[in-house]
Design a protein around this ligand. Structure first.
Ligand code: SF4
Length: 194
C-alpha cells in the first residue's frame, strides 16, 4: 500500500524485513548507504521495491536525496536523479506506473561490473552469501541450508530458508515476489514482527 512508510523508516526496515536482494543493495561497503551510489538498474529494482512497500513519492525523493547527498548534493541530485525517481512513480515521460519486480525478473537480470542488483542467491559466492546472511542475523543452521539451496540453483528456496532463519517460523507461502501481499518476503515479515 503506497503511503504507509516514511524515508526515516527505511534503515530499520532494511534490517528487519528486506530480502537479501534489497538489503545487499543498501547496506554493504559497495551499496547505496555506504557508497552513496547505485547504478540505474539497481535504482529501478530497489526504488520500485520501496514504492511497493508503501513509500510515497515525496518520501522517496527525500530518501534518495539524503542517501546521495555526499556525492550528488542539491542541484546535482535534481539534475541527475530526480527525474528517475519521479519516473518510477509514473510522474515523468510515458507516465507508466511501473510495478515492483518479481523474483523471476530479478533472478533473470545479469549485473555487470560495478552493478549490485540481481538476486544474491544466484550472483554471490558462497563465502559472500554466508557473510551477508550473518549480517542479516539469520540463524546459523538456516544460513547453511540457504547456501546449500543456492549452490543447487534453488534460489527462491534459499531465500525462504533465510526468511525462516531470520523470523524463527515457517515460510508457508514460498517466495515469488519480494513485495507479494500476504506472503514472504516483506509482507509476511511485517505481519510477524508488527
Ligand atoms: Fe530477492 Fe526473490 Fe532472490 Fe529472495 S529469491 S533475494 S526476494 S529475488
Amino acid at each position: 500500500v503506497v503511503g504507509t512508510v516514511s524515508a526515516g523508516d527505511i534503515p530499520r526496515l532494511v534490517r528487519e524485513s528486506f530480502p537479501l536482494c534489497m538489503a545487499s543493495m543498501y547496506q554493504a561497503s559497495w551499496a547505496l548507504h555506504d557508497s552513496h551510489h547505485l547504478k540505474h538498474e539497481g535504482r529501478m529494482q530497489f526504488g520500485l521495491f520501496l514504492k511497493g512497500i508503501g513509500l510515497p513519492l515525496e518520501e522517496a525523493i527525500r530518501f534518495w536525496r539524503t542517501e546521495m547527498a555526499p556525492v550528488a548534493p542539491g542541484e546535482k541530485f535534481d539534475k541527475q536523479y530526480l527525474y528517475n525517481v519521479r519516473h518510477n512513480y509514473g510522474k515523468e515521460g510515458n507516465r507508466k506506473d511501473y510495478t515492483p519486480y518479481t523474483c523471476m525478473k530479478i533472478i533473470g537480470s545479469t549485473p555487470g561490473v560495478g552493478q549490485v542488483h540481481g538476486c544474491p542467491y544466484k550472483t554471490f559466492s558462497q563465502e559472500s552469501l554466508r557473510a551477508a546472511l550473518a549480517r542479516l542475523q539469520v540463524a546459523p543452521t538456516k544460513i547453511e541450508e540457504a547456501c546449500n539451496k543456492a549452490k543447487a540453483g534453488h534460489f527462491q528456496l534459499a531465500c525462504a530458508a533465510a526468511w525462516e532463519g531470520k523470523h524463527g517460523c515457517a515460510c508457508d507461502t514460498g517466495i515469488n515476489h519480494p513485495n507479494q501481499a500476504r506472503a514472504c518476503y516483506y509482507a509476511e515479515s511485517r505481519r510477524v514482527l508488527d
